[in-house]
Design a protein around this ligand. Structure first.
Ligand code: GLU
Length: 315
């Protein structure tokens, strides 16, 4: 296993092409680009188009055009997850060979029934952890999905500790909070957790900078990295853009795409994203000037001299 600090900095922005870039996703794109520039590193874009039913035709091209209008140009051609199935299949085979991945025949209803029988209450938000019904073998049903164990061979829960550059020390008991999670879905699609871990490692990503809505996935990803013998990148989860009711702004709740043709609109969108990231207001008449000022400000706050693991969350 190699430590990310031993490798040259590589960052990435990994949008799902379910719609165009909006004020929320621009924050993650900008933060990952600024962090790469502040560390003199490479910045990649990966199109996460595995969940075909949710992808919108043309959205990836629109996202790339919007990024370009914002001056956020990847250092290499973007990669598309839909063309990388062989890598995910290879990782899944290794996890199955080591006994960590197993076939699951449960439908959603089977899972609900088992959880109710175990007296696990319904949660209003979030899914209840998988009850482990197929962990020790299928019960006569055909295999549907493939899951990953979150319980060790000796029965101990897998607990993951890590550190986020902004949120500070993190820990999660995977067995209690998420349970054995899906690597390949019942509809045959690769799950985000497996693909993101395989791709980050294969692309040499040393630093993941993304929105705080994804912070809860990190422990699952570290678990997978360890099982596959891959380095764990450093993580920084950015603040989210919230709507007037305090909900995360997303494509689902109607975040509007900004028009990328007008440089004034682009400058306005960048300034709004910069303020979410706590960057001082910079007056600039061109996108290039704005980005140069923002890079200097980001470097002062999150550059190589900043603590890798603050004792507690940094605002
Ligand atoms: N594709 C994910 C999304 O658009 C982001 C994945 C990641 O940054 O790890 O929410």
């Amino acid at each position: 296993m190699t430590s990310p600090s031993a490798q040259p900095y590589t960052g990435r922005f990994a949008p799902s092409p379910t719609g165009p870039l909006h004020a929320g996703s621009l924050v993650a794109a900008l933060a990952s680009w600024l962090d790469a520039r502040a560390h003199g590193g490479r910045w990649l874009v990966r199109i996460e188009d595995l969940d075909r039913p949710r992808c919108q035709p043309g959205a990836a091209e629109q996202l790339l055009a919007q990024l370009a209008a914002c001056g956020l140009l990847p250092d290499e051609l973007p990669v598309w997850q839909s063309s990388r199935s062989a890598l995910y299949a290879d990782a899944l085979a290794r996890l199955a060979d080591s006994g960590w991945a197993y076939p699951c025949g449960c439908s959603r209803r089977d899972i609900d029934t088992a959880l109710t029988a175990q007296g696990v209450p319904h949660q209003r938000f979030g899914e209840r952890p998988y009850p482990g019904s197929c962990r020790n073998g299928l019960h006569g049903q055909p295999a549907r999905a493939v899951r990953l164990r979150t319980v060790q061979a000796d029965g101990a829960d897998v607990c993951i500790e890590g550190c986020d550059r902004r949120l500070g020390p993190q820990q999660q008991n995977l067995a209690q909070t998420v349970g054995d999670f899906v690597l390949r879905r019942a509809d045959g699609l690769w799950a985000y957790q497996l693909a993101v871990v395989v791709d980050d490692a294969e692309q040499g990503v040393t630093d993941v900078v993304r929105g705080a809505d994804l912070a809860d996935n990190t422990a699952r990803q570290i678990h997978l990295q360890r099982l596959l013998g891959l380095a764990t990148p450093r993580y920084l989860h950015t603040p989210l853009v919230l709507d007037a009711d305090g909900h995360k702004l997303s494509k689902q709740n109607g975040a509007v795409a900004f028009a990328s043709a007008d440089p004034q609109v682009v400058l306005w969108a960048l300034a709004a994203a910069g303020s979410v990231l706590g960057l001082p207001t910079a007056t600039a008449s061109t996108v290039a000037d704005w980005l140069a000022a923002a890079t200097a400000a980001w470097c002062a706050r999150w550059g190589p001299a900043a603590p890798r693991c603050p004792a507690s969350a940094v605002a």
